[in-house]
Design a protein around this ligand. Sequence first.
Ligand SMILES: C[S@@+](CC[C@H](N)C(=O)[O-])C[C@H]1O[C@@H](n2cnc3c(N)ncnc32)[C@H](O)[C@@H]1O
Length: 243
Amino acid sequence: MMAANTFDAMFSGVIGQEYQLLKLICPFATEMSRLVGFEVGEYCKSKSEPQAIVELGGGTGITTLAILSADERSSVLSVDNEPAMQNQAKQSLQRWADNGRLGFSGDDALSALTQLESGSVDIVASAYTLHNFEAGYRRQVIQEIFRVLKTGGQFINGDRYALDEVGVHTRNTQKEVAGYFKALKEINRLDLLEQWIIHLFNDESENHIMRESIALQQMIEAGFERIQFKSRHDVNALLTAQK
Ligand SMILES: C[S@@+](CC[C@H](N)C(=O)[O-])C[C@H]1O[C@@H](n2cnc3c(N)ncnc32)[C@H](O)[C@@H]1O
C-alpha cells in the first residue's frame, strides 16, 4: 500500500493546486481517492490479466490518478459530463492517455454505461459522484453497473453515504459546514464557501440524499453480492460489492 506522504507528493506534483485546495476544504476526500485506489490495487493483484476499469465522475483526475497508480497494467475509461472538470484531468493525466492506459468519455454516467457491452468490465470505481445523482437516476446507474460488470467483477465506491441515524448524520454535516467556514475564511475565499454551501443543500435534499440502508437495498435488488462498507469517516464511506 502506498504511504500517505508518497501519495501526497505524487498528487501535489501532478494535480497540484487543485489537490491542495480539496485537502483544505474536505481533508477526507483526498484520502478517499487513495482508499479507492487501494481497493482497485488489491483486486488487480489477484488477477493475472490486465483489468478493464470504468471510473464514474473522474472530475479533475484525483481519483483517476489513484486508480491508474494502483495497477500498472490496467486500463481506465474515465467518465465525466462536466468539461470544465474533465479538461483538467485530460491536461494533468495526459501521459497516461498518451500511453494508451487512459481514455475519456464526456457522456453522463448512465449514457456511458448504456453504451458498454454486458459483462465487459472488471471494475467500476468512483469517488464522490453517485451522491450527486437524483435518486431515480442513481437506481438506474446501479443496475447498469451490475450489467456491464463481468461475473466476479467489482464495484468500488467511496462516497457520501448518509447514516440511517438522522441526528448523527445532521451533526456530522454541521461539523463539515463548520470546517468549510474555518478553511475558506482563512484564505478569504467566500466565493468558494458560497458554492460549497449551495452544493451541500443539493446533496442533502430528499431526492438526492444517499441513505446507507436504501443504498444497500438498491445494490441487493440490482443483484450485487458481498456488499461491504469497508470503512467510514463521518459522512464518508467506502463501499465494495461483487457481481
Ligand atoms: C465531487 S466530483 C468527484 C471527483 C473525483 N472523483 C474526486 O473524488 O475528487 C464529482 C464529479 O462527478 C461528475 N458528475 C456529476 N454527475 C455526473 C453524471 N451524471 N455523469 C457523469 N459525471 C457526473 C461531476 O462533473 C464531477 O466532476
